[in-house]
Write a protein that binds this ligand. Structure first.
Ligand code: SF4
Ligand code: MG
Length: 319
């Protein structure tokens, strides 16, 4: 099928002043990301903090302006949209935030929080809007009585249910979920992930799921993209990626995750050195200073993301 979202060569560079004298430095937060997301699937972006995964998600929704690249949503480049077109496109693309404590306005009732997007987008009559809000709060597992309360009266898990209701109230096609369960207790995480899965089926949603947590990603994804220092280094079906990772960085990441099958022994691969700064990324393959398989070519030449086997993309000179 046709992709719902295609990201080509996406870059986001920030200029930051460093040190007392304020010398300008360029931080390459996102440095040439390619992604394809198909309707109805969950594609996860996984990587360590600072790899550019959140920035990628925000560029896709144009909450921040990309430096370069194409973002095709239903075949149209959202970077080329004018303000009115962008507003219309926003109905179809919604964000679920990491921190449900910070992202809900504390001075508004839950009912008002859910009503606002409908009013902004001029959807329905007042009676229709009210009906949709009442339905949505129940769909996410809360009650109509909760509509009269304020965000601080809820637990973290309940607040994330409200955040999800707010994202879904406009019936979007694409939901970008940026670490939606990271702020929650482990016991609550599974409930929220299961809710997201149920809602995906019910509303034919497509998810771009952003997370640093490989266990969470394993639970929710159809396909997984691994990011390192602003670049996608590997993409594959979840099962393939978890069982047969090809990129040495993916292999190291996964070796640190407890395996569900205790008879399968995975040797922990320790990464040498620290994550380099995106203000000063290594030449060639950005992973080369930490790679056990580093060859001469890796120091000078960026490995392109290419197909190692059908549907399995890897950016490595070995693959
Ligand atoms: Fe390692 Fe070279 Fe592959 Fe980079 S390109 S991951 S340095 S083998
Ligand atoms: Mg982040």
């Amino acid at each position: 099928s046709q992709p719902l979202l295609e990201v080509k060569g996406l870059k986001k560079y920030f200029s930051v002043k460093s040190g007392f004298w304020g010398k300008e430095k360029v931080v390459r937060a996102v440095d040439g990301v390619h992604l394809t997301v198909y309707p109805g699937e969950t594609l996860s972006i996984v990587g360590e903090s600072g790899c550019g995964k959140s920035t990628t998600g925000r560029c896709i929704l144009r909450l921040i302006e990309p430096t370069e690249g194409e973002i095709l949503f239903q075949g149209r480049d959202i970077r080329a949209l004018n303000a009115a077109e962008l507003r219309a496109a926003r109905r179809d693309m919604q964000l679920v935030f990491q921190d449900p404590f910070a992202s809900l306005n504390p001075r508004k009732t839950v009912g008002q929080i859910l009503l606002d997007p409908l009013i902004v987008h001029g959807i329905g009559t007042p009676a229709e809007r009210r009906k949709r809000v009442e339905e949505m709060i129940e769909i996410v597992g809360l009650t109509r009585q909760h509509l009269h309360r304020f965000p601080h009266e809820f637990s973290g898990g309940q607040r994330q249910r409200i955040g999800i209701a707010r994202a879904l109230i406009l019936r979007p096609k694409l939901v970008v979920a940026d670490e939606p369960v990271s702020a929650l207790d482990v016991s609550i995480q599974a409930q929220i992930l299961n809710l997201l899965k149920d809602l995906q089926r019910e509303f034919q949603l497509t998810y771009l799921f952003i997370s640093h947590d490989l266990s969470v990603v394993r639970h929710i994804s159809d396909r997984v993209a691994v990011m390192y220092l602003g670049k996608v280094v590997e993409v594959a079906d979840k099962t393939v990626l978890y069982e047969r990772p090809i990129h040495p960085y993916t292999q190291a990441l996964l070796s640190a995750v407890p395996v569900p099958d205790p008879t399968r022994e995975v040797k922990r691969i320790l990464l040498e050195g620290d994550l380099p700064s995106p203000a000063n990324p290594p030449a060639g393959c950005q992973f080369h200073p930490r790679c056990r398989h580093c060859m001469e070519v890796c120091r000078t030449t960026v490995p392109p993301l290419k197909e190692a086997e059908p549907g399995h993309l890897v950016a490595c000179h070995l693959g």
